[in-house]
Design a protein. Structure first.
Length: 135
């Protein structure tokens, strides 16, 4: 919904800069987000392992599942963005083709930011839990 509204507003004010940027850089941005998320999740996994050694009664299976799921979601977003790039530059032509591509490109970008935000939140949750355990 946010991407649809943003796309509509951009067309109302005749601004293509956001979509030009996304069409040229979306795949690079998603790969950078994946690299950041992988490094962050690796650090989180190490901290979780440390916690499990000290407090072996904690169950982090749902946390580990969510970590794996976020990486899978990012890979799916990368594959979707590749499909959108191919589709955008294809010879297929129909009404609103570029508008639809722009909506989905922005939605993919916003969802990838949400995944990164969720990972960042996880870091602070772990930090808070470690502080609680040390008190």
């Amino acid at each position: 919904l946010i991407s649809t509204i943003t796309t509509y507003i951009c067309y109302l004010i005749n601004s293509d800069s956001l979509f030009d940027y996304l069409n040229n850089n979306l795949l690079t941005i998603l790969l950078a987000f994946l690299a950041i998320n992988t490094a962050t999740l690796g650090h989180l996994a190490a901290k979780i392992q440390d916690i499990m050694v000290t407090y072996n009664y904690f169950d982090f299976s749902s946390t580990i599942y969510e970590m794996k799921k976020s990486l899978l979601e990012q890979i799916i977003l990368i594959l979707l963005s590749i499909f959108l790039l191919i589709f955008r530059n294809s010879n297929l032509d129909f009404p609103l083709k570029f508008e639809i591509v722009n909506i989905f490109s922005l939605a993919i970008f916003l969802y990838s930011i949400n995944i990164l935000y969720d990972t960042g939140k996880g870091v602070f949750v772990i930090i808070d839990e470690i502080k609680k355990m040390n008190q």
